[in-house]
Structure formats: structure tokens, C-alpha cells
Design a protein around this ligand. Structure first.
Ligand SMILES: [Cu+2]
Length: 655
């Protein structure tokens, strides 16, 4: 237990400067034990997706039981930034089967932090909806300890098995973390007992990171992650994945000045994604669809605190320069029976060179007032390196060139005041993003959500948005109440538009949509939360949220959450902590029929969980979907049903 506390203290002191910069809206703790912190009830053994689901403004789009796509403030990948310890990484699938969060494993991470809206972390670009930073697990120096952790888990529905082992060593001059993880599942049963085909997956992961302290003030750090998922089924799609592989590495140098910290990190990552339809019956035209993403980059972050000790005024300032080069290539070979194969480039080897400057200032006026300001400007240069892909798209856009420049930026400011037992904050910002590679240069990408083939549009304008947000929190006795609201007003919102002159390529597709800019659109979210410590042992919390999304004609945008709720009772007794959870959604009244979305019915499920902690041993058990309800949420792609009743048990030992 003492080691755990010591471990977290070391980690916290190690990350304090960065955390001040990031103004973390929310954090889930992946690797620590302890109450009162956000993390999945399944503990270490939980998947990254399950941990991310604990964050307040986050939903997950599910296309199967693996690689869920995080949605923040009802915005998907294109409007978010996801970084791993500040490193840029881009997915390699033209069908979004592999959000970058699928290329790491829970055991690699210390925590996951979310900045809601335009006030992103310094490395984030294009983050209108928010930015996620996955913070790697690093024991740091001077803890003077070594640890070994072993965990194993089983879930009866789908026979999910999870095995993990990791070790950490912390000395005065050297630290080292390393681990291996494996998880595997078969097809799961939906509520009522029916088996959902193609919902299996397996994934292996190995990681190591190390630090070397050369002098009191100079530190080198390095990271290596290798992650490979195989035999991943996607019941919501027409294809599966035979291999999704990530290789992530970095080298960084940190120098401590007397009053400032300076970190420079160089990194490289490569993602390989290979789709496979050979296991599916009744495939009319078999297809090979591989995708590749390479990113190399660098950032340099300077943080300092400037304070006037008499007045209490303090500035925590950060200045960040970053640079990355990403290459995306995807192609497709179709094998029509009896005829010659057809070849198509779907992402024309797009090289994106992006460089940016970011500034943040956290101003502590006094104990009750604080201000925060952040800004970033980024320049982007994009080249289409594949001649065949370029000329294919040029047929539809005769004026297009193989070279584009974009400038994007964001500014955000907020003010926070605490009076007695309440806290109030108000903020606003503006930001823009460049179109994604799919939106600008994608070539006949079939979208199974609305059954259209999508064409990129190289003449798209940058999308931009104004954001307003406000939070209020109030506590009295053992009761705490909060309200959190934000609104995004878009200009040139990017979405697909039907082009009836073009005909679809994919068998069964309804037609072709081309990405275009809507003059305006809006997304707004509001949530109410309450916490009540009823007795010393019994606690309750609840959350209710409402979201709204509309296009330029006032019609609903797709994939906007209906009214959602979650309530939890927690009862602790000595070493045992138990929880009863009820979650649900109202009927999706705001579904976007215009964009091919269908209505989703209301649902409620009940989950039970328990944790028993005996010094170094934690045992976790629970039942999800206790009443075996057959349901799907609005964010289940093509309404594939969720897991039915699922019993799980996992054990984690710290040696
Ligand atoms: Cu894919």
C-alpha cells in the first residue's frame, strides 16, 4: 500500500508542470488503485475503451467489441485530437475501424486526460470537440523501489480472457517500466442469448520505457510500444480485420532550469491495417483493403512559473513548438469472379507536414479567482504523392492540384471563481480545423452507416467553430451538485452531400456522397451531476445529459446522443466496495433521417460490481446487464446489439 502511495506521489511530482499546462478537464486513472478516482470498475484489466467511457463528455461508437471510437461533446475523430504523451498518431483505416486508442493497452498507461472543447493540450491541433492525451505509465526516478504486477481476468460472455504482467524499477539515475499484455475473446451473446457473429478479437501488446538521469538537471527518456490485434471481427461492417499493428517509439530530453522546465521529444510511429472479408459467406466481390500510416514528429515544450509572492498573482506559462509529418496510403483490389481484378487507390499517399506554435497561461489571481488563456496557430502543407490516386480524383475535380496549404488556429479563454462552497467558470473560444484526408481526398469509401460511397473534396474550406462553455458546482453538507454546459457554433461544417450524377462502386450502395461545407451548424450539450455521501459507507451519484445538434436547415445532425442518464449507489464495508449502477438512454427523437440515421429505442440496464482489496491483492467481480436485456445504443454502428448478461472476475497482484 505504501508503495502505491509513493508511486503515485512520484508520478504526480513528475507531471505537475505538464498538468498545470493542460488544465485537465477530466482524468481517468488507469494504473492506480484507490477510491474516489475515475476508472473502470474492472480495474487494470479493463480495456482502454472501458476506461475512456468513464469520462464525462465522452461516448463511444461501437462497430464490434474491439476498437471503439471515442466521441467527445458529440464530435467524432475528425474534430478531436488524440495524442500519446503528446505524440501525434493517425489511424490507417479508411473505414475508421482503428481509432488510435486501439494501438495501446491499458497497462501502457498511467492515465487518460481529456480537455473539452477548443482549449486543447499544447500538442493538439484541429481539436474543436476536445483533445485526449494518453499518458504513459512511467515510474520516474527516486522512488527507490521495484514492482511486479500480474493480472488475469475472465468474462463469461464471449469468453474474454485477459492476461498481463508488468514490472517497474525506479532508482536514482535510472528508471524502467516494461510489460506484456494479451486479450482474446470469441463471439458474444446479445441479450436473450443469441450469438453475435464476427464479434471476436485478439490482441497482444508489449511495451518498455526507460529514463536515464545524466546530471541532476538532465534526463533522457525513451518509449517503445508494439501492439498487434489479429482476427478482429466487425459485426456492424461487411469486413473484418486480419491484422492491425502499431509500432510507437520516442526519445526525449528534459532539462530543468532554475525556474523552468524544457522538454524536447522526437517520435516515430507506423500503423498497418489489413482488412479481410475471406471469413464472410456470400461475398459477391472479394476485396483486399490494406492501409498504412507513418508519422514522425517532434515537440519542444518550455514551462515556467512567474509569480509575485506578495500579491499571490502567479502565471504558469507554457510555450510549445511542434512539427509532424504524416503519410497515409490505402488501396483496394477487387476480385470480381471470372474477370480481371480491379485496382483503386483510396487514400492517394497523402503527405501532411504540419507545424505549430502554442501558448498557454494559467493566471492564479488569488485563492478565489483564476484565468486561463490558450492559443495555437498551425501551418500545414499537403501533397498527394500517388499519381494514380491523384489522376483518379482529378477526373471529378478537374481544377485540383497535388499540393495544398492550410493555416488553422485556436484561441480559448476562461475565468473561474470560487465563493464559499461554490465554483463557477465561464469560457469561450474560436478554432478551426483542416479537412481530414478522407474528407479531402478519399476515393469511393463505402460508409455502411448510410450505405453511400463517399468521395473526398479537395476544394473544401476549413471548418471553424465558436465555443461557449460554463460550469457551476455547489456543495452543501454531504451533497454536491453540478451543471456543465457548452455550445459550438460552426461555420463551414463538413459533411457528405448526395451527388446524384455519380453512381456507386460498392455492390448494394445507394449512391455517392461528396464531402461539402454546410454554411453553419450547431452542437450543444448540457449535463447535471449530483453526488451524495448518504452515510459513511453509502454513497450515491447521478448524471443526466442532453445534447442537441442541428444543420443549416435546422435538421438533426447524425450521431448526437439522446437524453442519457446514469446513477450509481456505492456501499463500502471494510475491504469490500460494491456498486449498483443503472444506465440508460431515452428514445432517440433527434435522429438524423436526412443523413441516413435510424431511430434507436430507449433502454435501461443494471450493472453490479464488487472490489475486494487485501493489501497487494485486488479481486474484482461483477455482472453487467443483469437482466440480460437486448438493446443497442444510438452509437452502436447500424444498431448492432450490445452484450447480454456478462459475468466477470479478475485478479490483480502486486508482488
Ligand atoms: Cu479497416
Amino acid at each position: 500500500m505504501l508503495e502505491t502511495v509513493l508511486l503515485s506521489t512520484v508520478l504526480l511530482s513528475d507531471t505537475t508542470a505538464a498538468d498545470k499546462v493542460r488544465n485537465l478537464d477530466e482524468v481517468v486513472i488507469v494504473s492506480e488503485t484507490g477510491r474516489g478516482k475515475k476508472r473502470s470498475v474492472k480495474g487494470r484489466v479493463a480495456s482502454i475503451d472501458e476506461h475512456i467511457g468513464e469520462l464525462g463528455n465522452v461516448n463511444l461508437i461501437r462497430r464490434g467489441s474491439y476498437a471503439w471510437e471515442p466521441v467527445v461533446n458529440n464530435m467524432q475523430t475528425e474534430r478531436l485530437s488524440t495524442t500519446i504523451d503528446g505524440m501525434k498518431i493517425f489511424y490507417a483505416c479508411t473505414d475508421k475501424m482503428d481509432p488510435v486508442t486501439s494501438y495501446v493497452e491499458s497497462g501502457n498507461l498511467q492515465s487518460i486526460s481529456l480537455n473539452s472543447g477548443l482549449d486543447g493540450n499544447p500538442q493538439a491541433t484541429g481539436n474543436i470537440g476536445g483533445s485526449l492525451d494518453l499518458k504513459l505509465r512511467k515510474i520516474g526516478f527516486d522512488a527507490d523501489t521495484h514492482q511486479v504486477n500480474v493480472s488475469a481476468g475472465h468474462e463469461w460472455n464471449g469468453h474474454l480472457q485477459v492476461y498481463g504482467a508488468d514490472a517497474a524499477f525506479s532508482g536514482k539515475r535510472v528508471y524502467l517500466n516494461t510489460g506484456v499484455f494479451y486479450r482474446e475473446a470469441g463471439n458474444y451473446k446479445v441479450g436473450g442469448g443469441e450469438l453475435l457473429n464476427y464479434s471476436q478479437f485478439s490482441k497482444a501488446n508489449a511495451f518498455a520505457n526507460a529514463g536515464l538521469r545524466l546530471t541532476e538537471k538532465d534526463v533522457w527518456e525513451t518509449v517503445l510500444i508494439f501492439d498487434r490485434a489479429t482476427n478482429v471481427g466487425y459485426p456492424a461492417l461487411n469486413m473484418d480485420v486480419s491484422k492491425a499493428q502499431g509500432f510507437i517509439t520516442s526519445l526525449s530530453y528534459k532539462h530543468q532550469f532554475s525556474n523552468a522546465g524544457w522538454e524536447t521529444k522526437a517520435y516515430y510511429n507506423h500503423i498497418i491495417h489489413i482488412m479481410d472479408d475471406t471469413t464472410r459467406p456470400d461475398v459477391e466481390i472479394h476485396m483486399d483493403m490494406p492501409g498504412d500510416s507513418w508519422t514522425t514528429g517532434l515537440y519542444s515544450l518550455l514551462t515556467t512559473s512567474l509569480g509575485d509572492y506578495d500579491s499571490g498573482l502567479q502565471h504558469d506559462v507554457a510555450l510549445n513548438y511542434d512539427f509532424y509529418y504524416n503519410r497515409l496510403f490505402a488501396d483496394m483490389t477487387m476480385y470480381p469472379g471470372g474477370a480481371a481484378p480491379m485496382y483503386m487507390v483510396t487514400w492517394p499517399d497523402v503527405g501532411t507536414l504540419n507545424t505549430g506554435l502554442a501558448f498557454t497561461d494559467n493566471v492564479t489571481v488569488n485563492d478565489n479567482h483564476s484565468l486561463r488563456f490558450s492559443a495555437k496557430v498551425a501551418w500545414q502543407d499537403q501533397r498527394l504523392n500517388n499519381e494514380e490516386g491523384f489522376s483518379g480524383q482529378k477526373v471529378f475535380f478537374p481544377l485540383m492540384t497535388d499540393h495544398y496549404y492550410q493555416t488553422t488556429g485556436r484561441v480559448a479563454a476562461s475565468y473561474q471563481i470560487s465563493i464559499l462552497n461554490s465554483q463557477f467558470s465561464i469560457g469561450g473560444g474560436w478554432g478551426s480545423r483542416a479537412p481530414s484526408v478522407t474528407e479531402a481526398y478519399g476515393y469511393y469509401l463505402n460508409n455502411t452507416f448510410d450505405q453511400y460511397d463517399y468521395m473526398g473534396n479537395p476544394h473544401l474550406k476549413n471548418e471553424s467553430a465558436f465555443e461557449l462553455n460554463s460550469k457551476f458546482q455547489f456543495s452543501i453538507f454531504n451533497f454536491q451538485f453540478g451543471i456543465d454546459a457548452n455550445a459550438f457554433l460552426f461555420k463551414d461544417y463538413i459533411i457528405g452531400h448526395l451527388d446524384s450524377r455519380l453512381s456507386a462502386m460498392t455492390v448494394g450502395a445507394e449512391g455517392v456522397k461528396v464531402y461539402g461545407n454546410l454554411d453553419h451548424a450547431a452542437i450543444a450539450n448540457v449535463s447535471l451531476t449530483a453526488d451524495w455521501q448518504i452515510t459513511e459507507n453509502l454513497g450515491w451519484n447521478g448524471k443526466l445529459s442532453y445534447s442537441h445538434g442541428s444543420d443549416d436547415e435546422g435538421d438533426p445532425l447524425p450521431l448526437i446522443s439522446p437524453v442519457a442518464w446514469r446513477t450509481r449507489f456505492q456501499y463500502s464495508y471494510h475491504r469490500l466496495l460494491t456498486e449498483l449502477e443503472v444506465r440508460g438512454n431515452a428514445r432517440q427523437n433527434n435522429f438524423a433521417g436526412k443523413y441516413g440515421e435510424t431511430e434507436t429505442s430507449a433502454w435501461n440496464i443494471v450493472n453490479l460490481s464488487a472490489v475486494y482489496q487485501l493489501s497487494a491483492l485486488s479481486i474484482r467481480a461483477g455482472i453487467e446487464n443483469l437482466f440480460d436485456k437486448k438493446y443497442s445504443s444510438y452509437s452502436d454502428w447500424n444498431n448492432i446489439p450490445q452484450k447480454g448478461r456478462n459475468v466477470y472476475l479478475n485478479v490483480s497482484i502486486e508482488l
